[in-house]
Write a protein that binds this ligand. Sequence first.
Ligand code: TNX
Length: 514
Amino acid sequence: MPIPSVVPAPSTIEIAEGDPPFTFSGSTVLTGDPDATALAATLLARRTGVAMPVALRHRQAPDGFAPNPVHIDFSLTPGLPAESYRLRVRDNGIEATASDEAGLFYSIHTLSQLVQGRDGEFSIPSVLIEDSPRFAYRGVMLDVARHFHSVETVKAYIDRAVSLKFNVLHLHLTDDQGWRIELHSRPELTAMASGTSVGGHPGGFFTKSDYREIVDYAASRHMTVVPEVDVPGHTHAVGLAYPELVEEPVLSEHIHEVVHEYGGSLPQSGTPYDGLAVGFSSLKIHDEKTYDFLADVFGELAGMTPGPYLHLGGDEALGTEPADFAEFIRRASELIADLDKIPVAWHEAGAAAGLHDSTVGQYWGFVTPIDGMDDKARAFARNGAQLILSPADAIYLDMKPTADASLGLTWANGPTSVERAYSWEPATVIAGITDADILGVEAPLWTETVRDLDAIDALAFPRIAAAAEAAWSPPTGHSKLRTWDSFRARVGRLGPLWTSQGIRFSASEEIDWS
Ligand code: TNX
């Protein structure tokens, strides 16, 4: 069977072997849904160099155009599930149908991937694809706290992610090293705590209008933004602006070890932190001023965020007593629920009695859980809420891809090969957790070592495609395409498309790039 170069693998694909392919010619016109035709014109022209006219009226060639043009037609028809589409390619035309704009949007990305050829000779094999997502939540996370990343970079990452059918951008907006979102209720945060990044590199922050620009850009690409304000730990930067809200840094053995390994200085009250250690900071748990602060921050963020989720962090509060942590998580999650948002928290919050029942958990343990992290994750499901799976030894995109890579970390059993990023199955990570308990899959990219878009690309690609397949495609065993060998063959054919999109992917030796 010829290799259909579609990633993530579609639910079903029939390749009409022997049938002539669709070829691009001067008489191809794009017809139908206006948004879809406009996007298809842009993406297909970028890939093929062939500019195709968009017909103004449905199924009609533009004036003065050759008779009997070959159509690529996009239409909305009721009947398919959300985000799903049907794509039929024949030599005499292409038809894409969906029940919603998101479905048509994804059909165009599939079409772009199917284009084969070079140097003016481009074709698309005759296929029939019927495709639906496995999970509703398909996320990528970008840490803009350890190193700040501009609106332009975030938009570029959105474009990359949506082309692999991701529909959530989780922005890690705050951490020990900086506060990256302007809030009118707490102006000191960005005024005092956004100036630097890891390594003493320049910092930055999003103004409220920058944030709106990102939210709107994402929405126009069928993507929801989930903002994270990480509390009660990861809050050293808060202390630069509001020293009365934070505890003294806990200088544990772990902190000394990290400083020894990576350099940098020990965290110090009132001084920006530019190292790589975690777990030394905390908001004051037993002070009402802390909850006034959270009410301001989450309240304003909720008003700026059209999506349903607010992420409260909750990870690695290493210096906080369990009872204090539980009390804090109870109040923070309730506050978010009272704002009519769904709280999201890293899996540690599952250990907190009183966690609001609606809180979605994000699991960052390993594919084979250790240290009881699976117990904490199961607690969310027991509450009747769902889980997002981000197994760190598979889809933490900030792990080194190879031992000699200059970028990336290694703590999660790194380096992480493309094969390891691919070879895991969501429903078997946490015993007792099945598809019904899983909201989705998210691939985080922490940015301790990541300063710009080239570095993002080099770490994310191609492993981000493995995460996309876990999030979108049928489970392992339910499709012939869901094997490592099929995946690497399909990914190997995406190099020219990725290059045409400006993606500086790592040409991993595990893949035969064609
Ligand atoms: C762990 S896993 C973190 C982050 C680091 C990351 C680096 C989790 C929720 N927190 O604070 O940036 O490792 O890989």
